[in-house]
Write a new protein. Structure first.
Length: 365
């Protein structure tokens, strides 16, 4: 039996504190009782999100999250994509049960990633990488633990071979959608079709905000061999940035996503040359204890995820941080230290979230 277990959710915007008190859980078997408590906890979180989403104006803070959720696929085969491994008969044995567990893991990752000092801060916009299609986004916003938060979304429909895309979730009360479209990236020699760049424009308390969400080509064939591919993606991004800045020199612009490059790599220097500032640079971002990036490869931390802003938006910048909730990481038994707690490796489910950690950025208005 469990005595006096208290689950606490602090909801800061409405100054609402929900205490779930299980004074005596009289089920036979501690494990079953605790699982039920956890289920009740997450259901209460979902039901409270709708209240949070409507009490933002008093906070005077615009919150942004960027999160590579690592392969959020449904279990249906798309005949135009190379996604057979994410089917029940594929190498990952991706059954409906696994899909729904992954879906709710992504939702939990967002909630935990936006939780700081036991307080959950509802992001106004959330940029997501590695989401397959409209179906998974609809389920994430309407049928997962996020269903009460009231998020709407836009996404790309890219020619990427694997079928992964980028998306932006937004709170309609604090981000009024004005326009959105995709930017196609032309392929060069030896380059596979890749993810489109998502452009979204919205009216916010900060003023009109131009958002670019990116997921540049990976390093899977080696950093040097794939560098021209990321350069091509950056060239396409810069074309659009230059166009906006020519028409509106003081435009407020935010660029975020998985660039598959580090802060000092050549491709990202093109943004610095255009006076964009990385608000997630090592000098500005807050690192949780034992964590030195958003991604860990062979025991080495690094940040492939970045957020850049225009000079006109920099004055509103308040803070940036890598999500610090302890549930998002696990001990790395091979290399020591901590690493992101992944949902799966191959067909084996580990029960975590993603191989990346979320980034949180706050702006004042």
């Amino acid at each position: 039996m469990l005595f006096g277990k208290t689950l606490l959710v602090v909801l800061p915007y409405s100054n609402c504190i929900v205490r779930l008190k299980t004074a005596m859980v009289g089920y036979i078997g501690k494990r079953v009782a605790w699982r039920r408590c956890v289920l009740i906890f997450w259901l209460c979180v979902a039901s409270c999100l709708s209240v949070l989403a409507q009490s933002r104006a008093s906070a005077r803070c615009f919150r942004v999250m960027e999160y590579n959720v690592e392969n959020l696929f449904d279990c249906e085969h798309d005949t135009l994509k190379d996604d057979l491994q994410f089917t029940p008969s594929g190498s990952y044995e991706w059954t409906p049960g696994k899909y729904w567990r992954k879906l709710n893991a992504v939702a939990r990752g967002i909630v935990l990633g936006a939780t700081q000092d036991d307080e959950f801060h509802v992001p106004d916009i959330i940029g997501l990488c590695e989401v397959e299609n409209d179906s998974v986004l609809h389920s994430l916003t309407r049928r997962s633990l996020l269903r009460g938060a009231g998020y709407e979304y836009v996404m790309t429909n890219s020619p990427d071979n694997r079928g992964i895309d980028v998306a932006l979730l937004y709170q309609p009360l604090t981000f009024k959608l004005l326009n959105h479209y995709s930017l196609r990236i032309d392929t060069i020699a030896d380059m596979r079709p890749t993810r489109d760049i998502l452009y979204v424009k919205g009216e916010t308390f900060l003023g009109e905000l131009n958002v670019f969400m990116v997921h540049f080509p990976s390093r899977s064939r080696g950093e040097r061999a794939t560098r021209p591919f990321r350069q091509e993606a950056m060239n396409r991004l810069c074309q659009s940035l230059d166009s906006i800045c020519r028409q509106e020199p003081e435009a407020k612009i935010l660029i975020m996503g998985d660039f598959n490059d580090y802060s000092d790599d050549k491709t990202l220097r093109q943004l610095h040359e255009r006076s964009f500032v990385e608000v997630t640079s090592p000098e500005r971002i807050s690192f949780p204890p034992g964590i030195k990036g958003t991604y860990r490869y062979q025991g080495l931390w690094g940040s492939l995820d970045h957020v850049f802003v225009s000079a006109s938006l920099l004055s509103s910048f308040r803070s940036s941080a890598i999500a610090s909730h302890p549930s998002l990481v696990e001990y790395d038994s091979k290399y020591g230290g901590m690493r992101p707690y992944r949902f799966f490796r191959g067909p084996t489910i580990y029960g975590g979230y993603s191989d990346h950690l979320p980034i949180l950025v706050e702006f004042s208005y």
